[in-house]
Design a protein around this ligand. Structure first.
Ligand SMILES: *Cc1c(COP(=O)(O)O)cnc(C)c1O
Length: 449
């Protein structure tokens, strides 16, 4: 098989996600035959470092031997079983382990099979909790500007990225939006922390005025990933936790992207020292192997549903593959690797290397910002450095960086004008330096004319 054969066949039968298919008249699909560690390889021995962890999911490389072994072991025992009325060892083990490693106070695990579905479940649970408490008037949700929570209708309604949302607006529930603490927008001379505190005032005011009708505030702690890898200071969530307690509003932490070490701690909430009422996890949960997601919540929430059947307080929500045993076995293997290999500790060196390797870009005339939380680093290309004027989106300069990266053994897939690295944790320092080099070349090409 040659690359071109598979590409031609694929274009006849596959509708690709998040893609204007017409782009593939000029931008060839990249057919991948196999993966190994950070490398993706095509049918003609070209290879690419997966700098974006295949959309932020992969943690320990492709075809990881330990995870492969866990799958093989599980698949020979039990591939799947209904999780209503039945249970199995992987889901019990995983729930115990997740409760152990997540912030104290999260005591129950509810499973779904992708990130958006976890968000949907958390929204329904929060609303239903208040209803079960005799507070049906609490039915609104608060999000942050520029947020992203997935693309099923409920999750899409909760997001605020116009590119994904605008078209479907007539179909979506209304939400209340508070301004994000995104440090990119701070004043010159202002610290990230001061800006986060200043932005929090609007959230406080919104909660004060409308808490009677609000179920929950939903946040992506520390990094708004799909919103362009925009980052903020953890103090925002410390304040938000206090305010949610004061006003009787749930806090939903969407750690689908940032969980499992991306921000430098196992979970981003740790950096604010908080326990949310709901924590949604997916993506890294299975180290990039299988679709699985989970909503962790408190005993308080759980107990509000716990009653005689006739009261109709139960949470009657399910997905066919809820708590799939193979997915759970992979998640357990993932947690084993974190523990046995001291991953969070070792990543500190890689994070420092990421920072060093792009430090030279700080003076680049078309770089408006370099920002980082742990294992996620982003470089924002701008038309004018002083005013941070963006390049018009129609110019699609990020695509030029992407195209260049493919010629240099790297998969960098910018979000608009934001070039970022979110690599698997098995990457080496030399590979990081190579990515930084490729990104620099790509940016130089992209900003021309
Ligand atoms: C990816 C993502 C989701 C949605 O997860 P899917 O599995 O793609 O449905 C939700 N929230 C955040 C922050 C994400 O990055």
């Amino acid at each position: 098989m040659r690359n071109a054969d598979l590409v031609a066949r694929g274009l006849k039968s596959v509708w690709h996600p998040c893609t204007q298919m017409k782009d593939h008249e000029t931008l060839p699909l990249v057919p991948i035959r196999r993966g190994k560690g950070v490398w993706l390889e095509d049918f003609e021995s070209n290879r690419y470092i997966d700098a974006v962890s295949s959309w932020w999911v992969n943690l320990f490389g492709h075809a990881n031997p330990r995870i492969n072994a866990a799958i093989q072991k599980q698949i020979s025992e039990l591939e799947h079983v209904i999780l209503a009325g039945f249970t199995h060892e992987p889901v019990v083990n995983l729930s115990e382990r997740l409760i152990e490693v997540t912030p104290k106070g999260l005591n129950k695990c509810f499973y779904a099979d992708n990130g958006s579905s976890a968000i949907e479940a958390a929204l329904k649970m929060s609303f239903h909790y208040w209803k079960n408490q005799g507070r049906p008037g609490k039915k609104n949700f608060v999000n942050l500007s520029n947020s992203y929570h997935g693309e099923t209708l409920g999750a899409l309604a909760l997001g605020d990225v116009a590119l994904y949302k605008e078209t479907y607006k007539p179909l979506l529930m209304e939400v209340l939006t508070a301004p994000s603490p995104d440090a990119y927008n701070k004043e010159a001379g202002e610290t990230d922390e001061a800006y986060a505190l200043r932005q929090f005032e609007a959230m406080e005011k919104l909660l004060e005025e409308k808490h009677e009708e609000i179920c929950a505030v939903v946040v992506e702690p520390l990094i708004q990933c799909a919103g362009g890898m925009r980052m903020h200071h953890p103090v925002y969530h410390t304040k938000l936790r206090q305010a949610c307690d004061r006003y009787g509003v749930h806090l939903i932490a969407d750690e689908i992207a940032v969980g499992f070490g991306r921000t430098g701690t196992l979970f981003a909430c740790e950096q604010s020292g908080i326990t949310p009422d709901f924590m949604c996890l997916s993506k890294g949960l299975t180290a990039g192997y299988l679709p699985l997601s989970v909503v962790l919540t408190t005993n308080d929430v759980y107990n509000a549903f716990y009653d005689d059947y006739e009261t109709l307080k139960a949470f009657l929500h399910s997905h066919s593959y809820t708590g799939n045993p193979i997915g759970c076995a992979v998640a357990l293997a993932t947690l084993d690797i974190f523990r046995d290999d001291n991953v969070i500790e070792k990543n500190r060196r890689l994070s420092a290397c990421l920072a060093e390797s792009v430090a030279h870009l700080a003076d680049h005339p078309n770089v408006g910002d370099i920002r980082q939380h742990g294992m996620t680093l982003a470089v924002e290309m701008v038309k004018d450095k002083a005013s941070k004027t963006p390049f018009p989106w129609q110019e699609r300069r990020g695509v030029r960086v992407y195209q260049h990266s493919l010629t240099r053994e790297a998969l960098l897939r910018p979000l608009g004008n934001v070039v970022y690295f979110m690599p698997p944790y098995v990457i080496t320092e030399d590979q990081i330096r190579h990515l930084a080099q490729v990104a620099t070349e790509g940016i130089n090409i992209a900003v021309r004319d």
